[in-house]
Design a binder for this molecule. Structure first.
Ligand SMILES: [Zn+2]
Ligand SMILES: [Zn+2]
Length: 294
């Protein structure tokens, strides 16, 4: 338990006191401290939406504080051992006056272990740990999302003096995709269609993440902003069954480059309009007439 923030000397003293008090209150007796487990580590991994869809076996390289090979993490030069700490007599704690209180503090010589190394290992200088580059395989299951954590037990920092290692947490981040956005297990995409397709109806095809083609029927008279939902073709459910949906948001595009012939046809169409074809517009202008007494 490190002092939060690791401030001045005063604060780290306070940290030691709290450690001692809490250690005794909850640790069950003031004996020698057990060597603490190594720290948990975090690794941020960015992957594409396709990899999140299919799952992936990823290889990552990290430098982790690992158990020293020659001494096996003990910190003692091979062939040598430890002896009882003289300062605390092997208790791991020393008593000190702190204001009104007599407090027990972690022994500064042996750091609570109760024993000291006779001869420090030359490879790790008695630390029991050295930084090592490691290549790890990470199994990314289908359906992961930004914020998914994958735990690799025992792949964190080695514990001091042979104590168990911490865990390594892989934090997943999804890259932006050019076609799909993701919302939970749903995939969302915006598709422009021509105003003639919007009026007459039709069909569009969207490439799926699994290399299939997803056909979407466009009903005649569809409006801009309308969302069409195709069930079961979205993202796989993480560690579950089935898939989410594909949501297609329709954007009706007004043509901007018309030939003379096309303009002619549209004018012809315009002349046949009665207003009944577009109930929203008709309703709107009817309301205006009512409001302004036209
Ligand atoms: Zn000691
Ligand atoms: Zn060593």
């Amino acid at each position: 338990m490190a002092a939060p923030g690791g401030g001045g000397a005063g604060f780290s003293d306070l940290g030691d006191i709290f450690e001692t008090i809490f250690g005794q209150a909850f640790g069950g007796g003031g004996g020698r401290q057990q060597p603490r487990r190594g720290a948990d580590l975090r690794y941020d991994l960015e992957i594409g939406l396709e990899d999140a869809f299919h799952g992936k076996q990823a290889e990552i390289e990290i430098e982790v504080s690992s158990a020293c090979d020659p001494c096996g993490g003990s910190g003692s030069e091979p062939g040598t051992g430890t002896r009882r700490c003289n300062l605390c007599g092997g208790h791991g704690h020393v008593r000190a006056q702190q204001g009104f209180f007599m407090v027990e503090r972690t022994c500064p010589t042996c750091h609570g272990r109760g024993e000291v190394i006779e001869k420090p290992c030359r490879s790790c200088r008695g630390e029991g740990r050295v930084d090592k580059a490691q290549t790890l395989e990470v199994n990314i299951p289908p359906g992961v999302d930004t914020g998914t954590r994958i735990r690799l037990a025992g792949k964190g920092e080695a514990g001091p003096f042979g104590a168990p290692a911490g865990d390594l947490y892989i934090f997943i981040h999804l890259k932006r995709h050019r076609v799909f956005e993701r919302e939970g297990t749903d995939l969302i995409t915006r598709v422009p269609i021509t105003f003639t397709t919007a009026a007459l109806g039709g069909s569009i095809e969207i490439p799926g993440l699994d290399n299939t083609t997803i056909a979407i029927d466009i009903p005649a008279g569809i409006q801009s902003g309308k969302q069409l939902r195709k069930r079961g073709v979205g993202m796989p459910v993480l560690q579950g069954r089935g898939r989410g949906d594909l949501v297609v948001e329709i954007m009706v595009e007004t043509p901007t480059k018309l030939s003379a012939r096309q303009k002619e046809l549209l004018r012809e169409l315009q002349e046949t309009e009665t207003g009944d074809e577009t109930p929203q517009s008709k309703g709107f202008f009817d309301r205006i007439k009512e409001a302004f007494g036209g």
